[in-house]
Design a protein. Structure first.
Length: 281
């Protein structure tokens, strides 16, 4: 497995892979790899001749007051996991390589970047789409792999690739969960033992939404109220948002018809966790 630091070297590596007739799969990450990331890598290896992982803690997607400085970083551990998972190369550029002095250009997907997480984290998705667009330009992957846990991010990136005519297939893989249902996330490391137990309420509330919809409840506000009551029973939980939206465009649904997505963001202590679950009425 190769560790590549520069954009020029990454481009050269990809050009050589294509010259050998290899397809390229890319798994973009901010590191602190876990089983969710490994599931993306596994799919990439099944589908492509070359599988790449990018590790870059992207400062452009952290808003004021967030955890950029303390975001978990373990490059040595990440490289070990990537190597054992069969990754061919890891792209780990320095910040000054991605955002050189005087950098001024950003990519923004309007409307869908301003709802849900975008409402409470203004500018976050501008940073996400900028770094992903740059990675797509550097690597030019055939397929890029993302996790369903970041459902809004996946919708936004699909739209960006389509609008900018970027010839990449976006694959969104299922959420990987802990035995108690908590969605795997690099930020779970912030939770102490009590908070970790409390965090299981997110998945429980989503399962409640799924059960209510399957039992015939069509009014989104009724389901959301039930979810709020359940989560509010946890003293350390603070709800950022709970909503039910269309899975393709994130439009709010007042009445559930067919496919829908229950989405939420909740703070457990100081840690903001997101999750979602497909529901159907």
């Amino acid at each position: 497995m190769r560790l590549i630091r520069s954009i020029a070297s990454m481009r050269q590596y990809c050009l050589m892979a294509r010259a050998r007739g290899k397809t390229i799969g890319l798994v973009p990450t901010m590191g602190a790899l876990h089983k969710g990331h490994l599931s993306l890598i596994s799919r990439s290896r099944e589908e492509n001749g070359v599988s790449l992982v990018s590790i870059f803690v992207n400062p452009a997607q952290f808003v004021r007051g967030e955890d950029l400085k303390r975001y978990p970083r373990d490059l040595k551990g990440d490289l070990g996991l990537a190597r054992r998972a069969g990754v061919d190369a890891v792209f780990c550029p320095r910040v000054k390589e991605i955002y050189p002095r005087g950098y001024r250009t950003y990519v923004e997907v309007e409307k869908i970047s301003g709802v849900l997480c975008g409402k409470s984290r203004p500018g976050h998705f501008r940073g996400v789409t900028t770094i992903v667009a740059k990675l797509f330009n550097i690597v030019m992957p055939d397929v890029a792999y993302f996790g369903q846990k970041d459902a809004q991010q996946a919708v936004i990136i699909r739209r960006m690739a389509r609008d900018l005519n970027i010839p990449v297939k976006i694959e969104v893989m299922p959420i990987v969960r802990e035995p108690d249902g908590l969605a795997m996330s690099s930020r779970n490391i912030y939770l102490n033992s009590r908070q970790r137990r409390e965090a299981a309420i997110l998945c429980k509330s989503l399962k409640l939404a799924k059960e209510m919809a399957a039992s015939g409840e069509r009014e989104a506000k009724v389901i959301i109220s039930a979810m709020r009551r359940l989560i509010s029973g946890i003293g350390g939980a603070r709800i950022d948002y709970i909503d039910i939206v269309h899975p393709d465009d994130l439009n709010e649904m007042r009445v559930i018809k067919g496919r829908a997505l229950a989405v939420l963001a909740v703070r457990i202590g100081r840690t903001r966790l997101i999750d979602n679950m497909a529901i159907k009425a």
